[in-house]
Design a protein around this ligand. Sequence first.
Ligand SMILES: Nc1ncnc2c1ncn2[C@@H]1O[C@H](COP(=O)(O)OP(=O)(O)OP(=O)(O)O)[C@@H](O)[C@H]1O
Ligand SMILES: [Mg+2]
Length: 223
Amino acid sequence: MNLLQVRDLRKEYRQPGGAVPALCLDFLDARAGEALAVTGPSGSGKTTLLRLLAASIRPTRGKILFAGQDLGALGEKATAWRARSVGYVFQEMNLLRDFTLRENLLLAAAISGIPPSTARERVLELTRRLGLENRLQHRPSALSLGEQQRAAVARAVLHNPPLLLADEPTASLDAENAGIVLHLLREICAGAGSLLLVATHDESVKKLFPRQVELRRAEGITQ
Ligand SMILES: Nc1ncnc2c1ncn2[C@@H]1O[C@H](COP(=O)(O)OP(=O)(O)OP(=O)(O)O)[C@@H](O)[C@H]1O
Ligand SMILES: [Mg+2]
């Protein structure tokens, strides 16, 4: 049974000058525990696809079913669904700069509805696994880029989401740190049976994935 089903998906952003075609993906099926690279040139819609899968934006046309739920039909429930079901690693990491690593992680856990005592244990377990246990008192500005990227991974996987989305998670890292972050993402998802999609334009990253979704630049929707 497929966890994710995408059919005839199109996204156009509405702008004052007209609609901007952003994504065209006719078909995609994926099962729990799978790891896919989302590839394609700049502007082909990689980030747009991840945002659609996170139900942050709605399709212009077509359907996304995740565990039988039509994401385009979530309406007001989208935020709650996202908090429960999705982990998102942002390219810019988006760690809160005035808070320590521990506070960043505990805050994310609270938003996902994890009880405080469970959250504290989970933060310890994950930071140990990601080699960040000595950095919990530090703010993001005191962490190296590689550490910030691993912190962003920890934050995204805290609540064991069935869907983990990562947008160019290794863009600012050297090859060694990129390898570490990707390995951890794959390992954590395989362990939890989560579906992982990683957007990347990096050929060496692409090769590490058993499956690829290749996007082409979208054209306008013709009726
Ligand atoms: N909010 C927006 N409003 C209008 N157009 C947008 C918006 N976001 C993205 N686009 C356009 O949609 C297209 C796809 O953008 P997207 O960011 O998904 O591409 P991408 O494959 O992630 O590119 P990159 O590799 O540069 O990150 C681009 O032409 C982009 O300019
Ligand atoms: Mg992008």
